[in-house]
Structure formats: structure tokens, C-alpha cells
Design a binder for this molecule. Structure first.
Ligand SMILES: Cc1cc2nc3c(=O)[nH]c(=O)nc-3n(C[C@H](O)[C@H](O)[C@H](O)COP(=O)(O)OP(=O)(O)OC[C@H]3O[C@@H](n4cnc5c(N)ncnc54)[C@H](O)[C@@H]3O)c2cc1C
Length: 323
């Protein structure tokens, strides 16, 4: 991994003794990420980055390394937050105070079209579009409250990202990059009742500016036999994974037939009404990996079902996409 560690930042925690180490250990346990302890340092590894504590004299040195500048910013945000929670102050060597939050790109709404009866397609454009849809499938859309001037999250003097609150608080749903090209990306919004995102998309936002933050979330699992299950909200992710999968792949999608679009003609895809029943019927032999994404209760049931079938936790992912 060392060849990737090209971006760095560091700081110090005065008179921290064991408190900083205890806070880092607790965070590693909460995030379920690796922690490596040597006689000289304690390191937490997350997102391909390292957060390292090096004790010395009456202070602790905090060293961040990451493969991308935005990840240094995200790690600085998390580190500041976790040590502040433990009552410790990090004095960073560098803080980009006032800069847009790490990973945030402001994009122009290029077009809004009806992709199918149940989906609205939004195209965003901007010089940062190429950062998205690579390595991670998803991003957070940041929508200011209707009728208000946008207040974007920015890096505060402490190193923490300061998010707008109260009347300026942003709506922050997660979406999937459905397609991307030179300077643009598309995402598909499933139309459902009571959705602020649908209301926004149908309000004529063409030409306006929105924020997207990321990319984040997973990529296509690498497996000899990949079994995908998802509802409408997971349809864009399943479509991407059907393009990306290297091994054998099948998909069960709970969506109306016209919303499947080109997937309706894909022999690997089965439309269904009951994802859990489809999962129960699926033979999960050696080399299988299950990816399941739907409403929270369904995702929970799928997880319980897979554990009851003795499927190892590393061989499946069951994600709550809404609810
Ligand atoms: C990793 C990830 C990727 C995702 N990708 C996509 C994507 O590409 N396209 C997409 O459409 N969605 C996607 N989703 C789901 C999307 O983030 C949620 O549906 C989100 O709630 C949408 O925000 P909203 O503004 O519509 O509604 P919210 O303000 O979040 O919710 C408003 C109300 O709508 C309900 N609700 C939310 N989703 C649904 C639904 N599908 N059916 C019925 N009621 C619902 C909520 O429970 C709530 O009561 C993804 C989610 C995750 C975690």
C-alpha cells in the first residue's frame, strides 16, 4: 500500500498520554477497521489511509497518509472529531479553513429527463465529474432547502467540516452513478411519494448548482459467482455491477417491468416481486457472493437468512438503501 501514500498532514496533541491511544482503539473497534500497534506507534487503517499516533515527550504526534488529497481532508475531519470527543485538541500543521468540505464538488444540473415511468434521470456537469463513478459506485447529493441560497459545508478552523444547520441544513440522500463521460455524470431517481429529491428534480432545477460529495460506498464485489438482489433503489447499482462483474453473475430485481429498461432483455436478470423468496431459492455454492440491497427491514431479514444458512459474513453484503 505504501506506493499509494502520497498525501500527508500531521499535527500534535499536547499532554495526551494514553488518552489518544484509547480513543483511537475505541474508534477502530466501532468502525471494525484494522489497528496495528508497534512499540513506536499505533495505526488505524481506513479507506486506504493510515491514521498514526507517535508518542514522544509530553505530546503525541498525529500523522495522516492517504492516496488522495480529499481523503486526507476526510481523515482530518474524523480525527479531529474523534479526539475532540475524547476531550483532546489536535493542533494541525495545516488546515484548509474555509475550503469546501473534502470530496465536495459543485455541479451544474444539465438536464432532467423521464428515463422510464418510475425513474427520473438527472445529468450533472462539471470539471470534477471524472472523480465519480470510479472505485466507488455512489455519492451523496446535497440539496439546499427549496427557495434558499445554498450554504455548502466547509472546513472549519479546527479541521472539522462544518455543515450548515437549521434553516440552511441540506438534504443528503445517497445515489449511484448510472453513467459518466467527459465532464458529466448521470444518476437515476426512483419516484416515490414524499420524496424531497423527486420534488427537487421535478421543480425544474436545470441550470442550477447542486453539491455532490464522495465518491463513497462499495464497488462490484470480486467473485466467481455473484448473486445480486435489489429493489428499484438498487437497480442503478445492479446495472453498473452487471457491466463490471468479471465472473458469473445473476440478478433478481424487484421493479416494474418497464423500469428495467435494457436489463429486461439481459438473460442474467430476473424480475421478481419477492426478493427474500428469490434469495431463499438461490443455490449458494462454493465461490458465491451475495449482494442484497433494499428497504431496511428486508435487508435485515436477508442478513438473518444468510447467517442462518451458514454463509460466511465475508461472502455477502446486505445493505439498507432506504427506510
Ligand atoms: C448506497 C446507496 C445507493 C443508492 N442509490 C440510489 C439510486 O441510484 N437511485 C435511487 O432512487 N435511490 C438510491 N438509493 C436510495 C435513496 O438514497 C433513498 O431512497 C432516499 O431515501 C431517497 O431520498 P428521498 O429524498 O427520496 O427521500 P427521504 O427524505 O430519504 O425519505 C422520504 C420518505 O420516503 C421514504 N422512501 C425512501 N425511499 C423509498 C422508496 N424507494 N420507496 C418508498 N418510500 C421510500 C422514506 O422512508 C421516507 O419516509 C441509494 C441508497 C444507498 C444507501
Amino acid at each position: 500500500m505504501s506506493h499509494l501514500r502520497t498525501h500527508r498532514n500531521s499535527g500534535t496533541i499536547p499532554m495526551a498520554s494514553g488518552a489518544a491511544a484509547a480513543a483511537l482503539k475505541a474508534r477502530a473497534a466501532a468502525w471494525e477497521v484494522p489497528l496495528v500497534e508497534t512499540p513506536d506507534a499505533l495505526s488505524l487503517f481506513v479507506w486506504g489511509c493510515e491514521l498514526r499516533l507517535v508518542p514522544g515527550g509530553d505530546e503525541v504526534r498525529v500523522e495522516l497518509t492517504a492516496p488522495e488529497a480529499r481523503l486526507i481532508g476526510s481523515l482530518q475531519d474524523s480525527a479531529t472529531e474523534l479526539f475532540t470527543e475524547a476531550g483532546l485538541e489536535v493542533r494541525w500543521d495545516r488546515v484548509d479553513a474555509g475550503a469546501l468540505a473534502p470530496g465536495l464538488s459543485l455541479m451544474r444540473v444539465e438536464s432532467v429527463t423521464q428515463r422510464s415511468p418510475g425513474f427520473i434521470r438527472v445529468r450533472l456537469s462539471g470539471p470534477d465529474a471524472g472523480r465519480f463513478g470510479i472505485g466507488s459506485l455512489h455519492f451523496r447529493l446535497l440539496l439546499p432547502p427549496a427557495g434558499r441560497e445554498a450554504v455548502w459545508p466547509r472546513v472549519g478552523a479546527s479541521g472539522r467540516t462544518e455543515w450548515p444547520r437549521g434553516a440552511d441544513a441540506l438534504h443528503r440522500p445517497v445515489y449511484t452513478v448510472a453513467g459518466h463521460g467527459d465532464g458529466w455524470l448521470d444518476f437515476d431517481i426512483f419516484r416515490h411519494a414524499g420524496s424531497p429529491t423527486c420534488d427537487w428534480a421535478l421543480s425544474g432545477p436545470q441550470g442550477s448548482t447542486v453539491g455532490i460529495i464522495g465518491p463513497g460506498g462499495g464497488w462490484c464485489p470480486d467473485a466467481a459467482r455473484l448473486h445480486l438482489f435489489g429493489d428499484e433503489t438498487a437497480l442503478p447499482a445492479i446495472a453498473r455491477m452487471l457491466e463490471l462483474a468479471q465472473g458469473e453473475v445473476t440478478a433478481h430485481i424487484r421493479a416494474a417491468y418497464p423500469d428495467l429498461g435494457p436489463l429486461a432483455a439481459d438473460p442474467r436478470v430476473t424480475r421478481c416481486d419477492d426478493l427474500l423468496a428469490a434469495l431463499a431459492r438461490t443455490d449458494l455454492g462454493k465461490g458465491s457472493h451475495v449482494w442484497f440491497a433494499a428497504e431496511a427491514g428486508q435487508a435485515r431479514e436477508a442478513r438473518q437468512h444468510l447467517i442462518a444458512r451458514g454463509i460466511d459474513r465475508k461472502d455477502f453484503l446486505s445493505a439498507a438503501y432506504w427506510g
